[in-house]
Design a protein around this ligand. Structure first.
Ligand code: UDX
Ligand code: ADP
Length: 477
């Protein structure tokens, strides 16, 4: 089956960039991205390309080239499903907040709604592709909904038939377009070879054939969860070793370099930090935990849950350590927080380690001044569940007393170190690497501390100032 018309349900972080790259690489295919959210659709159609709902380097140029040629964004869900030979499901699948599997399982209500829409509005043969990260055996849910609609094929109506494929995304924020253009692999799981081939042919327009892996549908679904779980596990592993380095006098960077030189281990994803964040890692591991429990494998569940537990412990370890170094109390103390995003080059704060660490410091009555040039203060307000303190930044001691347990926000580094007792680096933004600490130290209140959780500063540079310095995983400091 040669695909001429695609409909993607969901114009979010996954659907938008993926379909934009598909449109650019397959000019002969008409691609309609549909979404219930009219505001989001309007932003995708906005003339101001700086205003797209998703920021990714390279995305705006592709949208500019393809939009209204073979790439269209709308809320015409019914009409566009009907026209499509292939429907991608790219809707949100957050962790369930209540009911069965609360706190672990993914909420599939949006996926189920999509399957029902496809069952109702499609015509002829339709290949349905799962794109969102989904728990293993979701394809079965989709299939059984579609099967019901097949039963409703009646009389003169043209026969509806379906195939379901799993084609998980492996996009990392900040490099999503590069990940799509030059993927490590494309994974396609399915039962029907014709349907698998139809999707392979699309990818072959720009992806070398040997990078397109085909599997059965359950392996594909499980590979996606496992991939993220393995990546997160590496981070928890190196973070656990950072604590041991601090206790023993070893240096985690040296340990990481030594183990990373073993080609079986590899050097990537071994940077210690304040704990992993982002929308996927925790959610996917908890899904794996839920699945393992569901299938009667408590030991497997406990193994993977320990990766998340370690991450939580590690975040709390950092805030406790800060409190201890500042004589066990943070009241009347001003702490500058450098970075709130879950990693550099994104404005996303979902599951950012900064959230828990800042909450803990506020609980200890610290006054925080939070800097992040990409994250909006309103987002921080939501994350910390606490309103920003609307007062001017001042370096006067009395004001610190009245501000205890509160926070302020700034996008400007100048003046924020005045009278601060400590600086905590939580996101590895480049601008923090070039701060002149010798100058900054003159404005801070002695004894002043720098806590570098991203290991981006050079201890030699800091030594030139009279600042106390803690760097994650360095046992000699
Ligand atoms: C991740 C996966 O990389 C991607 O394949 C998947 O499809 C979606 O989830 P993303 O969440 O965008 O992508 O970010 P990633 O770069 O993987 O980083 C996740 C977290 O781990 C960040 O908080 C980052 O700071 C942290 N991290 C990463 C480390 O602490 N150390 C490292 O060495 C790498
Ligand atoms: P992701 O990061 O997985 O792309 P997002 O939350 O960024 O998730 O985007 C998912 C999008 O899917 C949202 O814009 C939401 O409005 C849309 N959506 C959810 N359910 C439906 C549905 N049944 N029909 C159309 N769009 C939907």
């Amino acid at each position: 089956m040669i695909i001429k018309n695609i409909c993607c349900i969901g114009a979010g972080y996954v659907g938008g960039p993926t379909m934009s790259v598909l449109a650019e690489k397959c000019p002969n295919i008409i691609i309609n991205v549909v979404d219930l959210n009219q505001e989001r659709v309007n932003s995708w159609n906005s003339n101001d390309l700086n205003n797209l709902p998703v920021y990714e380097p390279g995305l705006a140029e592709i949208v500019k080239n393809c939009r209204n040629k073979n790439l269209f964004f709308s809320n015409l869900i019914q009409e566009k499903i009907k026209e499509a030979d292939m429907v991608f499901i790219s809707v949100n699948t957050p962790t369930k907040k209540k009911g069965l599997g609360a706190g672990k399982a993914s909420d599939l209500k949006w996926v189920e709604a999509c399957a029902r829409q496809v069952a109702q509005y499609s015509s002829g043969h339709t290949i349905v592709v799962e794109k969102s990260t989904l728990p293993v055996r979701t394809a079965e849910v989709i299939k059984s909904i579609l099967k019901e609609s097949k039963k409703q094929n009646i009389g003169e109506m043209p026969l509806k038939t379906f195939d379901v494929l799993s084609n998980p995304e492996f996009l990392s924020e900040g490099s999503a377009i590069k990940d799509l253009l030059i993927p490590d692999r494309v994974l396609i799981g399915g039962e029907n070879n014709d349907a698998i081939n139809s999707l392979c042919e699309i990818y072959k327009n720009w992806v070398p054939e040997e990078k397109i892996l085909t599997t059965n549908i359950w392996s594909s679904e499980l590979a996606k969860l496992t991939s993220n779980a393995f990546l997160a596990q590496r981070i928890s592993s190196i973070n656990s070793i950072s604590a041991l380095c601090e206790a023993t006098g070893a240096n985690v960077k040296e340990v990481a370099r030594a183990i990373g030189s073993d080609s079986r281990i590899g050097s990537k994803f071994l940077n210690t930090g304040p704990g992993f964040g982002g929308s996927c890692f925790k959610k996917d591991i908890l899904n794996l935990v839920y699945l393992s429990e569901f299938f009667g494998l408590p030991e497997v569940a406990a193994f993977w849950e320990s990766v998340v537990n370690l991450n939580n412990w590690h975040q709390n370890r950092i805030s406790k350590l800060i409190t201890k170094k500042l004589f066990g109390t943070l009241s009347n103390k001003k702490i500058v927080i450098l970075g709130f995003a879950f990693k550099a080059n994104t404005n996303d704060t979902r599951e950012s380690a900064a959230i828990q660490i800042c909450k803990n410091l506020l609980e200890e009555d610290a006054y925080l001044v939070i800097h992040d040039s990409k994250v909006a203060y309103k987002q921080i307000e939501v994350d910390l569940e606490k309103k920003v303190l609307n007062s001017h930044l001042t370096n006067n001691d009395d004001s610190k007393i009245s501000k205890g347990g509160n926070w302020n926000y700034t996008q400007d580094l100048s003046g924020i170190f005045n009278d601060a007792d400590a600086v905590v680096i939580l996101t590895e933004w480049d601008i923090y690497k070039s701060i002149n600490w010798e100058v900054v130290s003159k404005f801070m209140r002695s004894p002043a501390w720098i806590f570098d959780t991203r290991s981006i500063l050079s201890p030699i540079d800091i030594k030139k100032s009279n600042l106390n310095f803690w760097q994650i995983g360095d046992g000699l400091l």
